[in-house]
Write a protein that binds this ligand. Structure first.
Ligand code: CMC
Length: 427
């Protein structure tokens, strides 16, 4: 049953339709507002604005719920695999065994990069941040795969989605190998997605590499936990870039650039640096005081949407313990600082009042460090995993016949029209 909202400006009232989704807050449809009333709505940061319709991911931030195509993230993290989650996000349903075998094969057989592509990496300085390399390299894919950049062709959209999911681990591993001066490792088709990535990142020609099932599972789970997260900044960037008809590789490169920021994907790197800076448990109170004095933020805490415990953070915390038990030091001082900081923050009035809970980045940094990744790779791994979310959202946008170029409006506060003054007449 459609409801209406009424907006009154001066003596005129406007009826605005209220639209209901399957769950979550209703939205007020303001699409015709400007035509009818001549006013815009004002919402910097999109705190109250739905930018699109989507069937992919649902978050209830107050309840700490995250669903992909209706399935809770915890169930997917514990029972599924990253590639199965990729299929789910892209296609809307979990695959049958035959569909999965086909998808697995397609992704596996697209993992190699064009041989000329490797020259891109050597163009970077050896101390380049892997995210700088990822942004450039992923954008460059569009120069190599001309046969899948016609965005109006559903088959080409599908192929480019598969290529991106498949090639991202190869690019991320090369970005890492390049930064440590080790030779690139060619993907192997007999390994799983996570295993293949770990081998490309950590094996060296001088010795045999054997998969560690605990680390493989942890990597796969980290990928699942980062696969999609609704209309966050980088996903919205991908949609906005895609709305102009830009090719998918360019759009994903735009998403990577946005993800790099410390308020978004860069937070896992920053969270680990913060734990290092705190160093020991006895220094926590002083650090927390600095947060309250607004000298800095507690990295890995807080979220625009979650005003309850981030459900991904719970799984991440468990994975972190499993990894540390396997390869790390369970007495790692950073872990001790992390656990104590979490305890203090969860009980401190300042954080409770503002509903600041640990987010997924709080524990992912410690886990990735124990697995052998340098901090500079953390965000690159996030980008690798989030690629499926970005491309699924991008694909969904193209499947919507009402797609329009994204073009926000503004509240102009600059000077009124004035006449140009020649330089010698300016005083
Ligand atoms: N540490 C201390 N205070 C904080 C923090 C924090 N991490 N986050 C928010 N606050 C305070 C903020 O100062 C404000 O207080 P007051 O009302 O007194 O002015 C209040 O909480 C609301 O903050 P906000 O900036 O309006 O909240 P937001 O929804 O715009 O920000 C956020 C969300 C993620 C940018 C922010 O919480 C933050 O900067 N967190 C640290 C960075 C981080 O961990 N980012 C990863 C997010 S999860 C992964 C991802 O999706 O990329």
């Amino acid at each position: 049953m459609a409801e209406n909202a009424t907006l009154t400006i001066g003596n005129t009232s406007y009826d605005l339709q209220v639209i209901k989704g399957t769950t979550g807050p209703d939205v007020i449809d303001v699409r015709k507002l400007y035509d009818e009333s001549g006013v815009f709505t004002f919402d910097p940061g999109f705190t109250s604005t739905a930018s699109c319709e989507s069937k992919i991911t649902y978050i209830d931030g107050d309840a700490g719920v995250l669903l992909h195509r209706g399935y809770p993230i915890e169930q997917l993290a514990y029972n599924s695999s990253f590639l199965e989650v990729c299929y789910l996000l892209l296609n809307g349903e979990l695959p049958t065994a035959a569909e999965f075998a086909d998808f697995d094969k397609t992704i596996t057989y697209h993992t190699m990069l064009h041989a000329q592509f490797d020259r891109f990496f050597s163009g970077f300085r050896s101390d380049a941040h892997p995210m700088a390399i990822m942004t450039g390299a992923v954008g460059a894919l569009s120069a190599f795969y001309h046969d899948s950049i016609n965005v109006d062709d559903p088959e080409q959209r599908k192929i480019s989605a598969h290529r991106l999911i498949a090639k991202m681990p190869t690019i991320a591993a090369r970005a890492y190998k390049y930064s440590v001066g080790q030779p690139f490792v060619t993907p192997r088709n007999d390994l799983s997605y996570a295993e293949n990535f770990l081998r490309m990142a950590f094996s060296v020609p001088a010795e045999d590499w054997r998969p560690n099932p605990v680390l493989t599972r942890a990597m796969d789970r980290i990928f699942i936990l980062h696969a999609d997260h609704e209309q966050n900044a980088s996903t919205s960037t991908v949609r906005l870039a895609g709305s102009s008809g830009a090719n998918p590789f360019a759009c994903i490169a735009a998403g990577i650039a946005c993800l790099w920021g410390p308020s978004h994907g860069g937070a896992n790197e920053e969270a680990l640096m913060m734990l290092r800076e705190i160093g020991t448990v006895d220094r926590i109170p002083e650090y927390v005081q600095g947060v309250k004095d607004r000298k800095y933020r507690l990295m890995g805490f807080g979220h625009r949407v979650y005003k309850n415990y981030d459900p991904r953070a719970k799984v991440m915390q468990e994975t972190c313990h499993e990894v540390l038990k396997e390869v790390g030091d369970p007495d790692d001082p950073l872990l001790k600082v992390a656990m104590e900081l979490e305890k203090i923050a969860l009980n401190d009035e300042y954080f409770v009042e503002r509903k600041l809970y640990p987010n997924v980045d709080f524990y992912s940094g410690i886990t990735l460090k124990a697995m052998g990744f340098p901090t500079t790779m953390f965000t690159a791994l996030f980008a690798l995993a989030r690629t499926v979310g970005w491309i699924s959202q991008w694909k969904e946008m193209f499947e919507d016949p009402r797609r329009k170029i994204g073009r926000p409006r503004q509240l102009y506060n600059g000077p009124l029209q004035r006449d140009y003054v020649a330089i010698d007449k300016r005083g």
